[in-house]
Design a protein around this ligand. Sequence first.
Ligand code: C5P
Length: 397
Amino acid sequence: MNRLTNKHIILGVSGSISAYKAPDIVRRLQDLGAQVKVILTEAGAKFITELCLQSISKNKVHHNLWDENAELGMGHIELAKWADAILIAPASANTIANIALGKANDLLSSVILANDAPLLIAPAMNLKMYQSHTLQDNLSTLISHHTIIIRPESGKQACGDIGIGRLAEPSSIAKQVAKQFISTKLTGKKVLITLGATIEAIDPVRFISNHSSGKMGMALVNACIESGASVTCIYGNITTTLNAKSNNISIVSAQQMYTKVMDNIAGQNIFIACAAVSDFSVKNASNQKIKKDGGDLTLELVPNKDILADVCKLKEKPICMGFAAETQNMLKNAQKKLKNKGCDVIILNKVSSADSGFNVDENEVIFLSQNLNKKIGKNSKQKVAKKILEIFIKECL
Ligand code: C5P
């Protein structure tokens, strides 16, 4: 299984003779499905060329903290946001010391400070340097900060010494990166997720719908599956790709979504209502295409049943998370929804700005529960979904 599919990995290459293995590490990560961007330190560039790493990774190699071409001029923040994990291989004694001290004196150390994804480092150096108290103290500091150390191997070293300090094998390094994405936090849990837009027919060719793409919901489906859950996905109109590992059920109208949710809700541990469900449907939708006759046309709309509110009223209610797409009085409206629908969590989604919310790849939300009001900053929907799930697991399970 390609455990790094769609994962963004930053590979930091620092000054060690084993930097010559960095292209192979890029390849092994790609073999597992990852996209790789390389940050090359000044010392790393003495051992391996930017051109080689660019060709293999198929991405620009980054080395400059002061990159005027970076969007907003803050390349380190953009890279940190992009990364699902950061791997430093080879990690030199100097780079390890910098990171342990929390320095931000080059691009790599700055990205690491701005990053909250897993950090893995694979030290490579002379055995005496590796065994020194200072280096070992620095590794202990990093371990206490949850850094994963990929231990070096023993053998003949470039300097002629024999002992520990050789960079771990590229395939074993890539496997350790992949391991970070196996989570069992939702193993044994059943999750039902609604997503996408419902479609309410006016006549056989016209309908009422909305701008939802289903991307946020799909990101949640993927995040739940990655955490070990068994997922049922009830989806309306979407412009995103389904996950083959979920039980996918297609619907068109709000009424169909209601029926499918109620048919499948028994035994679910978690219900995530991410769909943009039409609040109204057309009373007496026409079987034939409505012809214009020069006059006004009045459509009578009748309210649809609120799926989330009705699931929350069930006797055996799962833990329920709803979404509130708001354009004004956002917090107040979302808090009202949390109370009125009787759900455990509302994710407040600002939909008035063009670059976040509906039909775009990024989002910025607030996680609201009885006890918590936590902002999740703007990032890709994948990352926002992961963060939502992380908080949800901590707060609600
Ligand atoms: O009340 P409002 O439509 O703003 O609430 C949004 C939340 O309720 C979303 O989680 C949405 O999926 C859910 N909802 C629903 N059934 C409806 C309307 C909304 O499940 N008919």
